[in-house]
Each structure stands twice: as C-alpha cells, then as structure tokens.
Design a protein around this ligand. Structure first.
Ligand code: GDP
Ligand code: MG
Length: 192
C-alpha cells in the first residue's frame, strides 16, 4: 500500500552533487483534519482517493517550475495509524516541509507552531525549507485565524506562507511550485 520510491530512497536522501536528477521529498505535517490528504491528492491528481487510508500515501509527480522540471515525492504520512513512519523519521527525511493548519481551527494553528519548533529541534543544522499553509480559506464564516495572524507566524518562524483552499483548488499549484522554488534557492546558494 505504501509506495516507497523503489531503489531511490537511500541514494537520494543526502542529495548534493546530482541535485538536478533528485526527487525532492516533501512532507506534509499538521493536525488531523486540516486538509493534508486533500492537498496531497490534488497534487497527485487523484481527487477521489480513499479518505480513510490508515497507513498514508505518497504521491510522485514532476512539475514545471520556472521552465525547469522538478520531481517531487509528496509524503502524506504524518501521524498515520499505520505506525510504520515514526515522527522522528519523518522530521529527518524531508527536503522540504509543508506545515498545514486550518484557518477554521485555532488549535491546529497552535499545533503548527509546535511542529515548527519540533522540526527546528530535529534539523538544527539544516536550512530545510518550510512552508506554512493556512488551508480551508473558502470557509470564510468559520474562520478563526486571520490572514495577518498566519503571515505574522510565518515571519516569527522564518518560513514562507500561503493560504489555500483544497476544496476550491485555490493556490494548491502555487503551494507546490513555491516548495520547489524554496528547495532550489537553497540548492543554488550551496552551489555558489
Ligand atoms: P487531514 O487529516 O489533514 O489529511 O485532512 P483531510 O484532507 O482528510 O481533510 C479533512 C476534512 O476537511 C475532509 O472532510 C476534507 O474534505 C475537508 N477539507 C480539506 N480541505 C478543505 C478545504 O480547503 N476547504 C473545505 N471546505 N474543506 C476542506
Ligand atoms: Mg489525512
């Protein structure tokens, strides 16, 4: 059920010299119910996937960003019941992290901050890209976290920020393009 990238997992994890051919591992983090799986399914182009998949899913796709192709492996595996993916492993394996909260759930926003702290602890020496995502922007009447609160949090945590609506497919493409740009920025500055 889990599609671990066959034969590529270990050789790619440390990246570096062959960065152009790398598959970038992107992990979705966030409280339950914020829309991680919905965002991942849109990325993977499989919107009717099983909602209640216990063990989590990975989605493998190449996208064009700024005229250059990028291969992403998106992992929707955070705190899944399968138990195969330990939190510590998740926090160690990503080339980029998408921390999702729901704008309709203040608790999930607070959880996002906790995750940012956890991630910083796990990856102290790495400058790993993080994108903070306020999902469910379509639910205007039940909003509990303002756009400004989201932005301010991203400033404090030194990461990028975007609001999305998986329901309306709003900004989902932009989110994953942003992930690629953040990975490339760091790759390019390392090469320079
Ligand atoms: P996960 O637990 O983080 O994977 O969250 P899911 O992707 O399973 O989504 C939880 C619920 O929120 C589901 O019923 C989704 O249909 C719904 N949902 C996800 N994203 C959005 C969104 O952008 N807008 C609205 N209105 N509902 C959403
Ligand atoms: Mg899910």
């Amino acid at each position: 059920r889990l599609d671990w990238p066959e034969g590529s997992s270990d050789s790619l994890s440390s990246g570096g010299s062959d960065s152009d051919e790398s598959v970038y591992k992107v992990l979705l983090l966030g409280a339950p119910g914020v829309g991680k799986s919905a965002l991942a399914r849109i990325f993977g182009g499989v919107e009717d996937g099983p909602e209640a998949e216990a063990a989590g899913h990975t989605y493998d796709r190449s996208i064009m960003v700024d005229g250059e192709e990028a291969s992403l492996m998106v992992y929707d595996i955070w705190e899944q019941d399968g138990g195969r993916w330990l939190p510590g492993h998740c926090l160690a394996m990503g080339d980029a992290y998408v921390i999702v909260y729901s704008v309709t759930d203040k608790g999930s926003f607070e959880k996002a901050s906790e995750l940012r702290v956890q991630l910083r602890r796990a990856r102290q020496t790495d400058d790993v890209p993080i994108i903070l995502v306020g999902n469910k922007s379509d639910l205007v009447r039940s909003r509990e976290v303002s756009l400004d609160e989201g932005r301010a949090c991203a400033v404090v945590f030194d990461c990028k920020f975007i609001e999305t609506s998986a329901a309306l497919h709003h900004n989902v493409q932009a989110l994953f393009e942003g992930v690629v740009r953040q990975i490339r920025l760091r790759r390019d500055s390392k090469e320079a």
